[in-house]
Ligand binder design. Structure first.
Ligand code: SAM
Length: 537
């Protein structure tokens, strides 16, 4: 049986499994290409087929698991009793959208500073997981998802750290100074489609250098930073064509893991401004363009790494959301406001919810620089505010600009929506890999005025778990038994077995039904892909 046959027959159920299997079949050796882009040796069309088959498996699993969660006396909804007509799928599956750029598509690369297998200081990617005992790092030269600009900066930074008097980070001893380099790229606004395919369309580059300042005197590190800026600027101007360089930031982080906390100190360094550079070096932002809008992005704010494929993803989500002037659109986990802002002109109002404070500030700025005035962004965990926000807007059929939350939000001063009646409320969710918090799932399900949810996911497994909770019909008698036993609501991470447990305690409520799904490949050569699922009731 080929890997494709196994995937479509259901032997391999997850993307991760699928890829591990593929990588194992293709090569027994593990180099940087296998570690970072494990599908790169497979032709792109075949990669798409593999991902498409894996997403089909998710849609079958959604039908099977929802069916298993149904109590004996529940009326099985038509979408669930008719899965045989769709080959076991829970809904129509529209296949996979290819990435417009297949190579060098990443606008953000995070390089680790470490030692190569032969002990040389190197800037690149770790060859495996630390928990597997692998700490060796290899240059990114063979990784097809890395852009030429990111590759050039990784090489320039490697040259610099090899000459620096300060040591590189040692993952075993947890000592050293230089830890990571992140390269973020921002595109110019495009006039023609084919301009995208040229790396000269990158106008801005932000470099974030993570260091561990423990035990290094401030004057010493300042001197090193000056030398580093000089070195990186020289590399930028020596590039053919010259490499853009707009912002250099240092992130100070003393923790063991490379993931710095949100409040880790970020120091902007002064970058020599050339004629081509946007003079934004000391403010520490970068700008990208998507669907005709300009986005300011803070160093720690999320932004989809494949800008061109993300444009397709957001357009699809918008098309499926059934938007109109009477729509109130909730953009849950909105980041810098990308989804809501790109759809704002099609709806009456957008409410974005996001927990990263820098991303929320970006979202407000992004509304302003794009002349969009019908958006509001709330900085909070979605699970803490979703219920009150939905109630705020759904309890009054007419928009009321003097509501409590609005008054408490200083950013709302400039925002004066007219008193529109929103007859159509739509939620688009785009959560992180762990999926939606159970409280968010339950709130969406219980808010019966909400008829449509568009679920955008970078992790089909967590989408599956959330969708089982949203779609399982609840039985009356079963409910009575559980209420007698008392509530047993679990919180925490989203996985399928926990989701199936939670379904048992879901209060009586109309379930959603899966209507259609599509995959969008934002991550060629890797095992990952985005998917969109439309849920209605
Ligand atoms: C996959 S990103 C999507 C961002 C945005 N929709 C976009 O496409 O650029 C997920 C976002 O959810 C945010 N996030 C994570 N957990 C959250 C939570 N519990 N409540 C609200 N936002 C959260 C992250 O900070 C991140 O910006």
């Amino acid at each position: 049986m080929t890997v494709e046959e196994k995937a479509s027959s259901g032997v391999i159920l997850s993307l991760e499994n699928l890829v591990n299997k593929c990588a194992g079949d293709i090569t027994k050796t593990r180099d940087v290409c296998d570690a970072v882009t494990p599908l790169a040796r497979i032709p792109y069309e075949e990669q798409l087929t593999l991902k498409k088959n894996a997403i089909s498996q998710i849609l079958k699993k959604l039908a099977r698991n929802t069916r298993k969660c149904c109590a004996d006396d529940v009326i099985i909804p038509y979408w669930l009793s008719s899965t045989k007509d769709r080959g076991g799928l829970c809904c129509d599956f529209e296949g996979i959208v290819a990435s417009p750029l297949v190579d060098g598509y990443r606008n953000k690369c995070e390089f680790t500073v470490g030692y190569s297998p032969d002990g040389q200081p190197v800037v690149g990617f770790q060859l495996g997981m630390f928990r597997e005992g692998i700490t060796a790092v290899s240059e990114p030269s063979e990784c097809r998802n890395v852009s030429p600009i990111a590759r050039a900066y990784a090489a320039a930074f490697q040259d610099f750290i090899r000459k620096s008097g300060l040591p590189i980070w040692n993952k075993h001893l947890n000592t050293g100074f230089w830890r990571m380099l992140t390269v973020r790229e921002g595109r110019a606004a495009t006039l023609k489609d084919n301009e995208y395919l040229d790396s000269t369309s990158i106008l801005e580059v932000m470099l974030i250098i993570q260091v561990c300042p423990a035990g290094v005197a401030g004057e010493r590190s300042t001197m090193e930073y000056q030398e580093m800026v000089r070195s990186l600027s020289l590399a930028a101007s020596a590039g053919r064509p010259q490499l853009p360089l707009t912002t250099i930031l240092v992130q100070e982080h003393v923790g063991v893991s490379n993931a710095a906390p949100a409040d880790a100190q970020i120091i902007p360094l002064s970058v020599p401004v050339s004629d081509d550079n946007v003079p934004d070096s000391l403010t520490g932002y970068i700008h990208d363009h998507m669907n005709g809008l300009k986005f300011r992005i803070s160093p720690t704010a999320f932004f989809q790494v494949n800008t061109l494929a993300a444009e397709r993803l957001y357009s699809l989500a918008g098309d499926w959301a059934g938007l109109g002037p009477d729509t109130l659109l909730f953009d849950v986990c909105c980041g810098t406001g990308t989804i809501g802002l790109t759809l704002a002109r099609h709806v009456g109002m957008v409410v974005g919810i996001e927990m990263n404070a820098s991303a929320v500030s970006d979202a407000w700025v992004n509304a302003k620089i794009n002349d969009i005035s019908n958006c509001r962004f709330v900085c909070a965990k979605a699970e803490d505010v979703i219920s009150s926000l939905l109630n705020e807007y759904l309890s009054s059929s007419t928009m009321n600009t003097s509501s409590t939350t609005t008054q408490n939000d200083p950013q709302m001063d400039d925002f004066k929506p007219s008193c529109l009646q929103f007859t159509n409320v739509v939620v688009i969710v785009d959560p992180p890999r762990c999926g939606l918090h159970p409280v968010v799932v339950r709130t969406l399900r219980m808010q019966t005025q909400l008829r449509r949810v568009v679920y955008v996911s970078c992790n089909p497994e967590s989408l599956l778990a959330n969708a089982v909770e949203l779609c399982t019909p609840i039985s009356n008698t079963c409910k009575e038994k559980q209420e007698a036993k008392g509530q047993n609501r679990r919180r925490g991470t989203t996985n399928l077995s926990q989701a199936r447990q939670r379904v048992k305690n879901m209060p009586l409520s109309e379930p959603f039904k899966p209507v259609k799904a599509i995959a969008v490949d934002l991550f060629p050569h890797t095992q990952h892909c985005e998917m969109v699922l439309l849920l209605e009731r």
